[in-house]
Ligand binder design. Structure first.
Ligand SMILES: Nc1ncnc2c1ncn2[C@@H]1O[C@H](COP(=O)(O)OP(=O)(O)OP(=O)(O)O)[C@@H](O)[C@H]1O
Ligand SMILES: [Mg+2]
Length: 298
């Protein structure tokens, strides 16, 4: 939870008066042009950069003004995947992933191994654990960063740019992994991305950062049905005609529904907004408003 947050470097204001509450357990996406300050925002959220003004609270605990021991304790509850991966090049993938456990806990190595290998398997890195970050692709480094962010079972997961870097990461696998991990852990996710398809199909909520502020943050359906110029510029800019259809949300594998996943069309219905034609239909022509009800039924 963030209130009136402002950050500048010297005289350069990066963003000001940012307030938002990440809905607990939900997946949020943060979109914005390069240089808008998204990475700085994530670093400020975890106390790596001090804000000029404003407050940051994690689960009711104030991070602003907290001393180093308290900060370290709060940071443990937040897993971060940095844009550049931030893996240590001299360590193997396994040792990178085991590092937070060794630094923050007094677990015996056998337990460290069990947890680290479990996460390595979960993100599809089995077989790569003995390699160094320089020996694997950018896509695999992102997965390693994700595994490392997960080892302490964080309540909040911040993920900077799953889709950018030296080589573009295949987003489909990562998106499905994020949705499945959210279903499994119930943690609160915030994902910074440039990928429009990800922004439109993965999250429960979308935020837009531009022009030194958070211009909008709200439910996916609210933004995808919005005709505001700034939203259209970022999200809905397909042709001069009406708004493009709202796609169905990416579902967890195995016919599950995430605990916090809204029913398709619920926000629109509650706010009396008629969705653009063709909304919630998948590539097979199935309407996910009906599919969702079918999945809910015992
Ligand atoms: N440690 C720093 N000291 C001074 N200026 C910085 C620092 N870190 C970032 N900046 C500046 O803050 C601005 C926002 O940078 P940031 O990396 O957050 O952008 P971004 O939205 O993540 O962009 P991208 O989409 O390209 O990753 C940039 O102008 C950058 O030069
Ligand atoms: Mg960035």
């Amino acid at each position: 939870m963030v209130e009136g947050l402002t950050k500048s470097f010297g005289r350069q204001v990066i963003w000001q008066d940012v307030s938002l509450t990440l809905p607990p357990g939900e997946i949020s996406v943060l979109l914005g042009p390069s240089g808008a300050g998204k990475s700085v925002f994530l670093k400020t959220l975890v106390g790596l950069l001090p804000p000029d003004r404003g407050r940051i609270r994690i689960d009711g605990h104030d991070l602003t003004g907290a001393g180093e021991p308290r900060l370290a304790e709060l940071r443990r509850r937040v897993g971060v995947v940095f844009q550049d991966g931030a893996l240590l090049g001299s360590l193997t993938v396994y040792d990178n992933i085991a590092l937070p456990l060794r630094e923050h806990t007094a677990m015996p190595e056998s337990r460290v191994r069990r947890i680290a290998m479990d996460k390595i398997e979960r993100v599809g890195l089995l077989g790569a654990e003995g390699k160094r970050p320089g020996e694997i692709s950018g896509a695999l480094r992102k997965r390693a960063g994700l595994a490392r962010a997960l080892v302490l079972d964080p309540e909040v997961v911040l993920f900077d740019e799953p889709d950018s870097g030296p080589d573009p990461v295949p987003t489909a696998y990562l998106n499905q992994l994020i949705v499945d991990l959210n279903a499994e852990t119930g943690a609160t996710f915030l994902i910074v991305t440039h990928d429009l398809d990800t922004a439109r199909t993965v999250p429960d909520d979308i935020g837009l950062m531009d022009g030194r502020e958070l211009v909008m943050f709200g439910p996916r359906e609210m933004l995808l049905s919005s005709d505001q110029p700034v939203v259209r510029r970022f999200l809905n800019s397909r042709g001069p005609g009406g708004l493009p259809p709202i796609p169905p949300q990416l579902m967890p594998t195995g016919g599950r529904i995430r605990r916090t996943q809204p029913a398709p069309g619920a926000w629109l219905a509650a706010n009396g907004v008629v969705p653009p034609p063709g909304s919630f239909l998948d590539e097979h022509g199935r309407d996910w408003r009906a599919e969702y009800r079918r999945l809910l039924a015992p």
